[in-house]
Design a protein around this ligand. Structure first.
Ligand code: UDP
Ligand code: MG
Length: 308
């Protein structure tokens, strides 16, 4: 009998657990297990999960020692999935369980990975919408791996894909890029994302920015090349300006020149800082990777065999 593992990272989603449980029970027609990854919640999320887990052994939980972030929580879940088929989804009911059957059907048709794409984004704030649009434009410009906009971290895949994803040992996880990078036969389903059932978004502006930076530096070296290109162009321009100044000097019509000087200095200084900042970002990634720290630490497991 085939088993489906549903992985759901949750961070302070206490009110969403019971409605999610009801929906999953309604829409899962195959044998399944649900792995909640409690990403260091500070509210009653773990209690809510445990209440379900004591009566329904199919519901399991990995509780992390602190908040490690959505991407790492997903990795924790995938490391513990026993199923032949895996589904990853959010715990706020923005990823409708009603879609699960359609996703599994696609896998049965012979696809290895079923990705989903949000149709409507009406429930997302204008600011977040613009930010996301800019980010995806930028990342597709700099990266060789195509990363589609509006693709959700709501996916179904087989064990072949799971094994591939688990081979990645990088600390700076950007799963959306990774799922695109690995290839395999992929189908995409669109869906209308409803508004969040309860609570507020757990992706703060800072967290989004961090994810965007990870996505940028972990999938391309092109930003470094752009810095190099801009640097070269400016140097060339500075050289030309030097010649111009020299000629002007010999012609005896040198200008007091404060404005041109300050502009040149500021422009050069600015671009240098930009390039250095960019370098710093890559060095920081190197630093994180070489430390080789664990992606997450487990505090407690519920309904897993003792040996694990
Ligand atoms: N999440 C998490 N750790 C975090 C932030 C978010 O596990 O540090 C979970 C969150 O509980 C939810 C999912 O990741 O199940 C997606 O987060 P959210 O719905 O807040 O993001 P949005 O849909 O607003 O982009
Ligand atoms: Mg959400």
């Amino acid at each position: 009998m085939k088993l489906l593992s549903i992985i759901i990272p949750v961070y302070n989603e206490a009110e969403n657990i019971a409605p999610l449980y009801a929906e999953l029970g309604m829409h899962c027609k195959v044998e399944y297990e649900v792995i909640f990854v409690d990403d260091g919640s500070t509210d009653a999320t773990l209690t809510a999960i445990e209440a379900i887990a004591t009566t329904d052994r199919r519901y399991k939980c990995i509780s992390l020692s602190r908040n490690f972030g959505h991407q790492n929580a997903l990795m924790a879940g995938m490391n513990h999935a026993a199923g032949d088929t895996i589904i990853i989804m959010d715990g706020d009911l923005q990823h409708p369980p009603a879609l699960i059957t359609a996703m599994l059907d696609k896998l049965d048709e012979g696809y290895d990975l079923v990705s989903t794409k949000r149709n409507s984004t009406e429930n997302i704030g204008l600011f977040k919408k613009i930010l996301a649009a800019v980010f995806y434009r930028f990342i597709n410009f700099i990266s060789d791996t195509k990363i589609e906009a509006n693709v959700a971290d709501f996916k179904a895949f087989n064990s072949k894909v799971l094994k591939s994803v688990l081979q990645f040992k990088e600390r700076e996880l950007f799963l959306r890029g990774l799922f695109s990078w690995i290839g395999f036969k992929t189908a995409t389903i669109s869906f209308d994302a409803p508004a969040r059932k309860y609570g507020t978004t757990k992706y703060s502006f800072g967290k989004m920015l961090k994810l965007a930076l990870k996505g940028t530096t972990s999938f391309s070296f092109k930003p470094l090349r752009i810095a190099l290109l801009i640097g070269s162009l400016i140097s060339l321009a500075a050289f030309g300006f030097g010649i111009f100044a020299l000629v002007a000097y010999f012609q005896g019509n040198t200008i007091p020149g404060w404005a041109s000087l300050i502009i040149a200095v500021m422009f050069l200084g600015g671009t240098q800082l930009l390039a250095i900042g960019l370098l710093g970002e890559y060095i920081a990634s190197l630093f994180t990777e070489t430390k080789n720290r664990p992606l997450y630490l487990v505090n407690k497991k519920v309904n897993f065999p003792e040996t694990e």
